[in-house]
Design a protein around this ligand. Structure first.
Ligand code: MAN
Length: 355
């Protein structure tokens, strides 16, 4: 697959983002959803801030306090055996079942703006900052679907009761309407299709299953974008493949003559994240027509391989202009990058996979 990575990559790095909180450092500006608004391209950056720790043995966990509207910081000692510090993204209590954890950073959504799609300026303030009890660990990984003149933005709301998917709508990227939680925990990577299909809205979603089942992509429909039902299993992980560990929707599905093009991320159990593609029936998106055998993009560039959590390319949005798809993607849970691909090339790879 021919991919042109932007020569300016990475486009946005944590260094360029000033922390909103005193005593914090920005460790990530990544996994940004994408919108075209007036004559600008907007990246809805996930900015992750971490309390600075002077002592390498002390690991801190920020939790937002809704009442005081301030950050509470918990401190843990790396030598404390009752906690697991192996994953740099979180702190787990060992004697609890899987679910109990703190995050080592708190994320919120901040906008980066560009007229040419290559050079971005980052807003001084947050666009989406924790505003309810489902977000006390942060707001992550926004995706943006434009329907008419309204932009629907969904994102992970993270708190001690789990990771759910929430929705807001905006027309100006300044004020927004809160439309509530649309998928219960644990659910991530929700991608709302950009138009109704046979009078129903559709969305991809990714429940994270704990007792039986895998981290697979499901599809649901809705009359109003708020109540989602008719859940169906759509794409599963594939053993011994680049997408054997987990998969999840990436970009808003793209309408092509051959079907809905879904560009998704797939990871191995070792957390190596690539991007792949699938094609869904135009009239009935619960029907999979084709799926790529090989990834369309793998972490290859230095900025994709190294960072806070290396070996990750994580596309959250794109801009289509005829055959050219500009994909904006998070790299190594650290920065944002951009690349262009040909939609024809992706469809061709998908068609070869059908044989
Ligand atoms: C995973 C990663 C983290 C994220 C948590 C909570 O561990 O995606 O980056 O903060 O889940 O969503």
């Amino acid at each position: 697959m021919k991919i042109e990575r932007f020569k300016e990559n990475p486009l946005v790095t944590p260094k360029e983002v000033k922390p909103l909180h005193d005593g914090y450092e920005v460790i990530g500006a990544f996994n940004g959803g994408v919108a075209k608004y007036q004559d600008e391209i907007l990246l809805l950056l996930r900015v992750a801030e971490r309390p600075i720790s002077e002592d390498p043995d002390i690991i801190k966990a920020p939790v937002y306090d809704l009442e005081t509207k301030t950050m509470e910081v918990l401190s843990f000692n790396r030598n404390d055996d009752s906690y697991d510090f192996e994953d740099p993204r979180m702190i787990r209590k060992k004697d609890k079942l899987d679910g109990f954890a703190y995050l080592t950073s708190l994320s919120y959504i901040r906008i980066a703006r560009s007229r040419d799609g290559h050079n971005f300026t980052i807003d001084d303030e947050a666009f989406l900052y924790p505003f309810n009890e489902y977000q006390t660990y942060g707001i992550e990984d926004a995706r943006c679907t434009q329907i008419g003149d309204t932009y629907y933005i969904n994102f992970s709301s993270v708190s001690p009761v789990g990771v759910c998917d929430s929705l807001i709508s905006t027309k100006d990227f300044q004020s927004y309407e809160d439309l509530g939680n649309i998928f219960a925990p644990e659910n991530k990577d929700v991608l709302i299709f950009p138009e109704k299909i046979n009078n129903k809205y559709y969305a991809l979603h990714r429940p994270s299953l704990k007792s039986i089942g895998n981290y697979d992509i499901w599809i649901a429909s809705s009359p109003d974008l708020i109540s989602w039902g008719n859940h169906q299993h759509l794409l599963g992980v594939r053993e011994e493949s680049w997408d054997s560990g987990r998969i999840g929707g990436g970009l808003v599905p793209i309408k092509t003559e051959q079907g809905w093009l879904v560009i998704y991320h797939g990871a191995t159990a070792e957390h190596r994240y690539c991007m792949g593609a699938a094609l869904l029936d135009l009239e009935d998106p619960t029907r999979v027509i084709a799926r790529s055998q090989q990834p369309i993009m793998e972490p290859e560039a230095t900025y994709e391989k190294n960072g806070f959590f290396g070996d990750v390319v994580f596309g959250c949005g794109g801009i289509q202009e005829k055959d050219q798809l500009t994909m904006y993607y998070g790299v190594a849970d650290t920065s944002m990058a951009g690349c262009t691909l040909s939609i024809k090339d992706i469809l061709q790879q998908l068609n070869e996979g059908k044989k």
